[in-house]
Design a protein around this ligand. Structure first.
Ligand code: GDP
Ligand code: MG
Length: 354
């Protein structure tokens, strides 16, 4: 530590032993000590990952919540996602081209909500396994005539492990055998306690069939997202996650991505795991061509050299060369190793404790 403090002092920076230094300062020292490999590319990857933590609060602006639907099979996840989509479709869109891109955006009183259109936990779990957080709020669907079931419990533990907000939608309240209070009572066992039971979990009784309660559910999502103050910096290279991807016969590799930070533009170079390319065209969830995609926006992109994996992280780069180099580094080193190396090298604690 003394050596480092001295080094910084000699380059004109007065720092104390437990003071934070900038990435550039750390990088300068690390390169000198050959702690960071000569590989410029790797440094760029590391920098990208570091930016996660480094975001300056003044650059952050409000972004829409990203919501997923979870729950036991047959409790109505697909029906609920359809009902929400339908309530929001404007008349000229109704019956028209509702393209499926794995996510869609609804607007409630001028506020947007992004829904991940992949019911079940598969996508969610695979993203989690990659260490990517895709969702802000989980709608836990519980059928009022069936109550808490094994996959309900599984969904609760997934959401809790990921630290995401849970809103309970008690579905199928149109059924004569529906028992809302029983669902509330059963969920108290999992620390999801309704307000009228003395807790602070939001419960909304709904029917995907009659659409009762859907508007209220959407309002509760907006309310919850305002409480947790979701923000992102829109003015930086985009970064996000692949929701789904496939090889299209006519269009080549097509990926639906969720932009989480920054803004993705047509013409941007991007790296996604072992895939890379230049965004040739972008379509929003309504199938319209768009030029830019801000944080929390799902878009379908064309222009990749191969089909990336769902759950993979994408990074927009300044040049195509850089994107290609990142994907090559990824292929040659393997993602796990890259992340491991990065973590080890970024640990300044590790440096100081020697
Ligand atoms: P998922 O497996 O959770 O995606 O459930 P689905 O959306 O496929 O629904 C399972 C079954 O429940 C289907 O037969 C739906 O028509 C039915 N269902 C879903 N929502 C409701 C509802 O609000 N009321 C009634 N009566 N049936 C529903
Ligand atoms: Mg389903």
């Amino acid at each position: 530590a003394a050596t480092l403090v001295k080094k910084l002092f000699l380059s004109g920076k007065m720092v104390s032993i437990n003071q934070e230094i900038t990435f550039e300062e750390a990088e300068e020292i690390a390169i000198e000590y050959e702690i960071i490999a000569e590989h410029e590319v790797k440094v760029d990857v590391i920098k990208e990952l570091l930016k996660e933590e480094e975001e300056d609060a003044s650059t952050l602006v409000k972004r829409p919540p990203v919501v997923c639907v979870m729950g036991h099979v047959d409790h109505g996840k697909t029906s609920l996602l359809d009902a929400i989509r339908e309530t929001n479709v404007t008349s000229h869109e109704a019956g028209g081209i509702t393209q499926h891109i794995g996510a869609y955006v609804v607007e409630v009183n001028g506020e947007k909500i992004t829904f991940l259109d992949t019911p079940g936990h598969e996508a969610f779990t695979s993203m989690r396994m990659r260490g990517a957080q895709s969702t802000d709020i989980a709608i836990l669907v519980v059928a009022a005539d069936d109550g808490v079931m094994p996959q309900t419990i599984e969904a609760i533990s997934h959401a809790k492990a990921a630290g995401i907000q849970i809103i309970v939608a008690i579905n199928k309240i149109d059924k004569p055998s529906a028992n809302i209070e029983r669902v509330k009572q059963e969920l108290t066992e999992y620390e999801l306690v309704a307000e009228d039971w003395g807790g602070d979990t939001i419960f909304v009784p709904v029917s995907a069939h009659t659409k009762e309660g859907i508007e209220q559910l959407l309002e509760m999502i907006i309310l919850t997202s305002e409480l947790v103050e979701l923000k992102a910096n829109p003015d930086r290279n985009a970064r996000g996650i692949v929701i789904e991807a496939e090889l299209d016969k006519g269009r080549g590799p097509v990926a639906t991505v969720l932009v989480q930070k920054g803004t993705l533009h047509v013409g941007d170079s991007i790296a996604i795991g072992s895939a890379y390319g230049k965004v040739r065209a972008m379509m929003d969830d309504k199938g319209r061509r768009v030029k830019d995609a801000a944080p929390s926006t799902p878009v379908e992109i064309l222009g990749l050299n191969e089909v990336p994996d769902a759950g993979e992280i994408f990074i927009a780069t300044d040049t195509e060369k850089e994107a290609r180099a990142i994907s090559e580094t990824y292929i040659s080193q393997g993602r796990e190793k890259l992340l491991e190396d990065t973590k080890a090298k970024l640990s300044l604690d590790g440096l100081f404790s020697q």
